[in-house]
Design a protein around this ligand. Structure first.
Ligand SMILES: [Zn+2]
Length: 566
């Protein structure tokens, strides 16, 4: 078995300039509702569900399921961090000494796979079976796509990694507690793939595993018929459904999420376990919970489609759409994770593209121009500033945010405006009942204080083996500076020595073309192994550094090419 382990450092140390007085988070938490919602997690512990089944609860942002079979233990999902998984494993060892024989990944998100090394033997002789959907490689590749900095930054924002003050041992997110000191993330490569409804016996326990593209395209739901336990993975939470997410997730399927619930309902579970949140037991409670969740999704999807077809705008749809009253008032559907309006806007955009049904979007002035005119309408920058201040005092925080944003955008009285915006964002973050909103807003405030968001570096060196070399080359495209290279015509042959691949790159007046093969008379030849290519393309090392270390050999002058890249 190939064991991949690497350390993910989320750069928590760089936030040390934001000391917090009374809290371990950059910002207060005033919402009683959210405080109550996150207080349910309590201490890390194993929750016994049946004779054989335990839920590893509050060891991490996420749960793991331990199934104790006749002659071994099967683990469903592995927590996000190796340190947290090791703590859960210690607790398991209080109950049984049986060996771990198999791991099942419900999907590829880091929070369900990152602790996997803790459950896997470290010697190369022994091995355990690791099951995942046959679709698992796509997401691993997405993680090394040119969009990785966005994917990682939004994750950091949503979960609050960025705003935890240094030294924080634990803080609460509505998905589960976060332990910022645990930073080791691993990925044990699947050994068995599942491509259709599969019945299998592991350690003497019957499992039914069903792949259902839903929250992710590689999602699996799991049924233990003899235990009457269903594992919903991340196809649902006991909150407002997440048919869309601000993090994007190109593979998310709203209809798949509904279908996943139909699969769960057909099993008629006595116990329902989730990737996040507590166990729900009792056949009628489980049935009601799943039914309301699927009906909320169905209603959201159908009503959004109807609004799009009627020509209703995106923002008005998000503002007006109402679930049937019994769902709108269901405490198990509160939007404590993503806000309802975000889900509707995301769904709308996914279904109909960027155009939100208002032709104004096609012709409106650019944001800076709009800002200047709004300031002028308000009576000038000072008048706008005092209106923004008044909105802040009146606790109309969205309006204070909007008015101060005009000033910042137009670069007028922007220092004072910046402070108003930061204060408004923090006030909304303190008062919202949504964990994600809280952390997105606090991250937004932090970026304003820092002068820009962090651009996370790739930290995936250990888990890129399955990524084609041509995809690594793609990472260079967004790094070419189109202005600095506007007058440049330059050709490069890039030879990957260990895989015997060659690529011909052309900088053609602000554009980087990348193709396979070689130019006959290139301006520059760079020869390197795949590891060096990875370090270069993901910015883990600079080209100069790699040249110095003799990991890259050049024919011609690489410094010119290097100077064109951001
Ligand atoms: Zn999850």
């Amino acid at each position: 078995m190939k064991l991949l382990r690497f350390v993910l450092i989320l750069g928590l140390g760089i936030y040390c300039s934001f000391a917090s007085t009374s809290t371990n988070i950059f910002g207060a938490l005033e919402s009683k509702e959210l405080r109550e919602n996150v207080s349910m997690f309590g201490d890390s512990r194993l929750v016994q569900v049946t004779d054989r089944v335990y839920l590893a609860y509050a060891y991490d942002l996420v749960n793991a399921v331990f199934v104790i079979g006749d002659d071994g233990v099967v683990i469903i999902d592995t927590l996000a961090r190796v340190e947290n998984a090791e703590r859960a494993l210690d607790s398991l060892r209080q109950i049984t000494e049986k060996p771990i024989v198999a791991v099942i990944y419900s999907h590829g998100h880091f929070d369900h796979t990152g602790g996997s090394a803790a459950f896997s033997p470290t010697d190369s002789e022994s091995s355990i079976a690791v099951y995942a959907s046959a679709k698992w490689p796509r997401y691993r590749q997405e993680l090394v796509s040119p969009l990785y900095p966005m994917i990682n930054r939004r994750l950091i924002e949503q979960v609050g990694f960025a705003v935890a003050t240094p030294g924080t041992e634990r803080y609460e997110h509505v998905l589960g507690p976060v332990y910022p000191q645990s930073t080791t993330q691993s990925y044990v490569t699947p050994t068995h793939t599942i491509s259709g409804r599969t019945q299998i016996t592991l350690a003497g326990v019957k499992f039914e595993i069903v792949p259902i593209p839903s929250e992710m395209d590689d999602e699996l739901v799991v049924w233990l018929p003899d235990e009457r336990v269903a594992y919903a993975a991340d196809t649902m939470v006991q909150m407002f459904p997440f048919l869309a997410t601000p993090r994007s997730e190109p593979s998310r399927s709203p209809r798949g999420l509904i279908k996943a619930k139909d699969i769960l309902l057909d099993w008629e579970p006595e116990y329902l376990l989730f990737g996040h949140g507590p166990v729900v037991s009792g056949q009628s409670e489980v049935k009601a919970l799943i039914t309301n969740s699927r009906d909320a999704e169905q209603s959201l999807l159908d009503q959004t489609i109807a609004a799009i077809n009627k020509g209703k705008t995106r923002d008005q749809t998000a503002a007006d759409l109402r679930l049937p009253a019994h769902l709108a008032n269901d405490p198990k559907l509160i939007d404590a994770y993503h806000r309802q309006s975000w889900v509707i806007k995301g769904l709308y955009s996914r279904l109909s593209g960027w155009f939100g049904n208002d032709v104004l979007e096609m012709v409106q002035h650019i944001p800076v121009e709009e800002a200047k005119r709004m300031i002028s309408l308000a009576g000038g920058p000072n008048a706008m500033l005092s209106k923004a201040r008044a909105a802040l005092r009146a606790q109309d925080y969205p309006w204070a945010t909007q008015l101060s944003s005009y000033l910042i955008r137009a670069d007028q009285r922007s220092d004072s405006a910046l402070q108003i915006k930061i204060d408004a964002l923090k006030a909304m973050a303190a008062n919202t009942h949504s964990s994600n909103e809280r952390f997105y807003l606090l991250s937004g405030a932090l970026w304003l204080e820092r002068g820009g968001p962090i651009v996370p570096a790739f930290n995936l060196e250990g888990q890129t083996d399955m990524v084609p070399t041509s995809e690594l080359i793609e990472l260079l495209g967004p790094r070419l500076d189109p202005i600095r290279s506007a007058d440049t015509n330059f050709t490069i042959n890039l030879l990957v020595t260990d895989t015997q691949e060659s690529f011909r790159l052309t900088v053609r007046r602000g554009v980087l073309e990348r193709r396979s093969g070689e130019h006959s008379q290139p301006d520059l030849v760079l020869a390197m192994g795949r590891k060096a290519l990875l370090a270069f393309t993901t910015k883990l090392s600079s080209l100069e550094e790699l040249l110095r270390q003799d990991r890259v050999v050049q024919k011609g002058d690489a410094s010119h090419f290097w100077s064109l890249l951001n």
